[in-house]
Design a protein around this ligand. Sequence first.
Ligand SMILES: Nc1ncnc2c1ncn2[C@@H]1O[C@H](COP(=O)(O)OP(=O)(O)OP(=O)(O)O)[C@@H](O)[C@H]1O
Length: 317
Amino acid sequence: MLKLMYQLWAGLSGDKLEKLQEEEQVEKPFIRKQMKIRFPERGRSGKEVVTIKNMGFSYEDKVLFEKANISIGRGEKIAIIGPNGCGKSTLLKLIMGLQSPDNGEVILGEHNVLPNYFEQNQAEALDLEKTVLDTVAEVAEDWRIDDIKGLLGRCNFKADMLDRKVSLLSGGEKARLAFCKFMVTPSTLLVLDEPTNHLDIPSKEMLEEAISEYEGTVITVSHDRYFIKQIVNRVLEVKDGNLEDYNGDYDYYLEKNLDAREKALEREAELEDKSPKAKAKSKMSKAEREARKKQKMQAFQQAKQKSKGLKNSKRWN
Ligand SMILES: Nc1ncnc2c1ncn2[C@@H]1O[C@H](COP(=O)(O)OP(=O)(O)OP(=O)(O)O)[C@@H](O)[C@H]1O
């Protein structure tokens, strides 16, 4: 029936269709409108957003930064990466002024740099006595109530949950609510610490889309490589107490950083092996799969050797 209606819809045009609609012989097809969510921006910041000069920072005897230097400009979308415990979250706290450097300086630009910080434990800071809707509505400036409800809906809060007290929400629901609150706060700089943790796929997509449209500056720590790949145009790696600067997207970083690329390939191969779909579909025996994996690694090693050769040849020129 529905199919027939669509055929009619496609096959008829102009007056005839309208006439049929008026006579209610043809229904308009239901087109689901996906509400676009954008981070509210409060004007534009100056060109210089964050400057780090010869910064040193330690927790007791654990040295995290020695002499880090970096300059972040308006509109850049930056991922901070590095192994667990290297100091990524601490770097965000230093940028936010929640920690002070032992040496050197961390300076936020003077002109209209308005940060919106998403901490890892954001959900713990929610007021338990407020309702779901009030939690978001109170920080949202210039948002229509229907749009706030739309945002909450996209984050899987059904209509009957809007008046529920935060104290009655599960951990995951609190995390999604904290995320909605973050999404409506005006800013010119987003500082994100693992923003995709606890988010379902539609919310992650919404975040990626909102970041792509955001004209301000974004600095994010994330282990979610897919997320990083989608959004960033510069990568900062925390390494040996310093910040290594890769002025390109995540693929550029992998291209330049052979160790990271090797790890990425290993992870890919592991995932391929673990995937039940791949297992079911694959007619290859275990030995064949192993051989294929080996082949891939060999090809990679050859590329690595070649690139080393090129690097060295450049060095002699
Ligand atoms: N308040 C603190 N006092 C003492 N040590 C701390 C404190 N906060 C963090 N650390 C330690 O400093 C190091 C860096 O912590 P940080 O959270 O910045 O790392 P990270 O790179 O973000 O780690 P992860 O990827 O695991 O989240 C860790 O070894 C951590 O245990």
